[in-house]
Ligand binder design. Sequence first.
Ligand code: SF4
Ligand code: FES
Length: 238
Amino acid sequence: MIKDTIKLTLDGEEIEITKGATLLEAAQQAGVDIPVICYHEATSPNGLCRICVVDVDGGRVLQPACVAECQADSTVETRNERVERSRRTILEMLNASVNLDEAPEIQQMMADYAADDARFPDAHLREHTLIDDNPFYVRDYEQCVLCWRCVQVCAEDAQYTFALTLKNRGHETSVTTAFDISMTESPCVFCGQCIGVCPTGALKPKLEWGLEQGWSADEIWQMTRRERKRARENSDGE
Ligand code: SF4
Ligand code: FES
C-alpha cells in the first residue's frame, strides 16, 4: 500500500503530514505561525512576497512556505536568524516604497521583526492619484503591496470577471483595468471580493472613505446614488 503521509521535523518537533502539503500547511497543522502577505486562503498561492520564507535543511535558498511542498525527512526551521533577517529586509523594502499606514497586519510584522522604518532613507514611496471612478469603492494604489490577491479573486479564484491586471514594471508597477479604462467601463460587477481580500487600505468602500472625509451618511448616499444613475445611463447609451 502506498503511504500518503510523510514525516519531517518542524521547529524541533517531528510531524506527519499528507504528501503534497505545503510547508505553510504543515506549520498550521503544528500550530506554528508563519507571516503571510500575498497568501490568502481564498486565492491560489503565488509565492510573490516572500515574507513566509523558512529554512529547509539549511539550504542555500530559503523556501516560500506558502508554495513549497514538504519533503520527507527534512528539517524545517520557521524562525531562525536567517529567516528573521530575510523577513525584516522584505518588510523594510515594502515600507520604503508603499504607504502602510492602513495595513495593521504588516505594521504588526514590522514590530515583530524589529524592522527599521528608516532603513532605506533614499528610497521614495510610490506615488499614485486616488482613483474615484465608480459609485462603490475608491482605489489608492499608493497603499498597494502588489500582493495580486484582488486580481486573483476577480479572475479564476472566484469571480471570473477579469477586470483587473497589472501595468508598468518595477517601482512603477500598479494594478489597473485592461487598457486603463474606468471601472464602470470595465467588466467589473462590483462584487466587492477584491476589497475583502486586500490586506491594506488600497481598496475601500465609498461609504467608509466618505466618512473618513467627514461627509455625512446622507451626503454619501446622495452622491453615490447620483453616480450609480450616471453609470447606468452611460451603460444604457452604449
Ligand atoms: S489592491 Fe490590495 S489586494 Fe490588490 S494587489 Fe494591491 S494590496 Fe493586493
Ligand atoms: S505569503 Fe508566501 S510568498 Fe507571499
